[in-house]
Each structure stands twice: as structure tokens, then as C-alpha cells.
Design a protein around this ligand. Structure first.
Ligand SMILES: [Cu+2]
Length: 288
């Protein structure tokens, strides 16, 4: 091993272990961390495939970029005015033109095959085990679990309610978090009451528009236990950046316990829309 290799390794080995350690210490498997490269850790089959597709494209882009850079360097060295004082007057070459049109077309066609396959895979699931209906409102989310008749609103926690010592994150925490069981196919239905919103959880590979008067569909089958964060991803008005999403992926038993507790509290005190809408107004006025 030469000195240069040693020097490079001495820089990268501590760096990679440091990154691995901070990732392990995080309570949430997919929370972004400082100096993060690449996408979030995937937590669903769709996102796993998206990461693979992204890596495939990265290789293709890299090879093309290196090839074009090589050609540019070759041309600059071989055909500059000093090396080639009398340039050729050739303007057309049919074979070359067919090749440089045909090869990019073939590359794009080859990329289209896995791309469409993934698009259809992410589109919808044939036999969901449960359904979650997501409604976007200005500016909070409403959730319904039609199978268990649970429904609630989920509003951003204002800054003064964020407790950093508990690992909470500003503008990402909500008062009512979602719960879904692990290894369970969940059909996601999206709609909105006012304007277009978009419900997003990067680690699930889900980003769908919630549109008034329309029901969009997607699905998730969570593969990792933990807390997953997302945000509204469609400019929807003044408080667009204050409608975060928190999904807890828990074991099937924990999910059943959550459903039971949620039903109990719902029967104890029926929540009113007016009461739950109050914090939005507070949040809106706090931002103004
Ligand atoms: Cu929105």
C-alpha cells in the first residue's frame, strides 16, 4: 500500500465510521443527518427500487459524462491550431450522424423500460390489507382509517411546543401522529378540501398530489420500524411550510394497541373540528 492510498484511507475510514455511528444513534432510521449523501434510507419496497434505479441512472450518467469529457479533451489536444494548423473542411459524415443520433435514442429507450416498470409498481397495490385516507386542508392534514373508523386532524407543533431535548425537530413535528403497522400493505388515498397539496414521505418513496374533487392513490408497505417525516410538497398557500407529516411504523401488536387507545379516547371526548383548527390560526398568526 503506497503513501497516497494510506493518506486517503486515513481520511475516509474515520469519516465513514463517524457517519455510521451518528446514523445508528438516531432514533429515526430515515432522518436526514449532517453531510448526508444520497437519498434517505429506504423503508418500503418502492423506495428500495427507486434507490436502485437512481444508482443505475447515476452509473449511466457518469459513463456518458466521462465519455463526452474524453472526446472533448481528445479534440482539444489533437485539433487545436498548433497541432492541426490546416483544418479539414469536412462537414457531414452520414455514418457518424446516424450513430450519434441512434445511440442516445437506444440509451433512452433502455432507460424507459425499468423506469416504466417502477412507475407501474409504485402506482397502486392489488390487495391492500388496510386503507389510509389522507385529506389536505389549508393548512393541516386530516387522516381517516376507514377499516377501524379512526379519524383525526394532524397539525404542526408551533415553535414554543418543540422540545429539542426530546429529539423533536422544528417545523417537522405534529400534534397527532400517524401509525401504520410494519410489513402491511397500506393503500393510500389522497384528496383535498381546498387547494392542491402533496403528501410526501421520502423514505417510503411516496409523493402524491392531494386534489380537491379527486382521489389519487398510492401504497406503502413499510419495512422498517421507526418514525418517518415528510412535508406538504405542493405550494398550497401561506402556511404551506407548516403542514408536516409524521408516520410511526410500529409492530402489528403495537398498532392494535394504538387503535384500541385511539378508539377509547375518541369515545371519551369527541373531538370537534373547531377545537382542532385552533392551533392553525395560532400558528398562522405566530408566523405573521
Ligand atoms: Cu399543503
Amino acid at each position: 500500500m503506497n503513501r497516497l492510498t494510506l493518506a486517503v484511507l486515513s481520511v475516509f475510514i474515520p469519516l465513514s465510521t463517524a457517519v455510521a455511528q451518528t446514523t445508528e444513534q438516531l432514533p429515526q432510521p430515515s432522518f436526514p443527518h449532517r453531510w448526508q449523501l444520497n437519498l434517505q434510507t429506504p423503508a418500503s419496497p418502492v423506495m428500495e427500487k427507486m434507490v436502485d434505479f437512481h444508482n443505475l441512472l447515476l452509473w449511466i450518467c457518469t459513463l456518458i459524462s466521462v465519455f463526452v469529457l474524453g472526446l472533448l479533451i481528445y479534440v482539444a489536444v489533437k485539433f487545436n491550431s498548433r497541432a492541426n494548423p490546416v483544418p479539414s473542411k469536412t462537414t457531414h459524415n452520414t455514418l457518424l450522424e446516424v450513430i450519434w443520433t441512434g445511440i442516445p435514442v437506444l440509451i433512452l429507450a433502455a432507460i424507459a423500460i425499468p423506469s416504466y416498470r417502477l412507475l407501474f409498481f409504485a402506482d397502486r397495490i392489488e390487495n391492500p390489507e388496510m386503507t389510509l385516507k389522507i385529506t389536505g386542508n389549508q393548512w393541516y392534514w386530516s387522516y381517516e382509517y376507514p377499516d377501524t373508523e379512526i379519524s383525526f386532524d394532524s397539525l404542526a407543533l408551533p415553535d414554543d411546543k418543540i422540545d429539542v431535548s426530546k429529539g423533536q425537530h422544528r417545523m417537522l413535528e405534529v400534534d397527532n401522529e400517524l401509525y401504520i403497522p410494519i410489513d402491511t400493505s397500506v393503500r393510500l388515498l389522497f384528496t383535498a378540501t381546498d387547494v392542491i397539496h402533496a403528501w410526501t414521505i421520502p423514505a417510503f418513496g411516496v409523493k402524491n398530489d392531494a386534489m380537491p374533487g379527486r382521489t389519487n392513490e398510492s401504497w406503502v408497505r413499510a419495512t422498517k420500524i421507526g418514525k418517518f417525516y415528510g412535508q406538504c410538497s405542493e405550494l398550497c398557500g401561506v402556511d404551506h411550510s407548516f403542514m408536516p407529516i409524521v408516520v410511526n411504523v410500529v409492530s402489528k401488536d403495537q398498532y392494535k394497541a394504538w387503535v384500541a387507545s385511539k378508539k377509547q379516547s375518541a369515545s371519551a371526548e369527541p373531538a370537534t373540528k373547531a377545537a382542532s383548527a385552533e392551533p392553525t390560526t395560532q400558528l398562522a398568526s405566530a408566523q405573521n
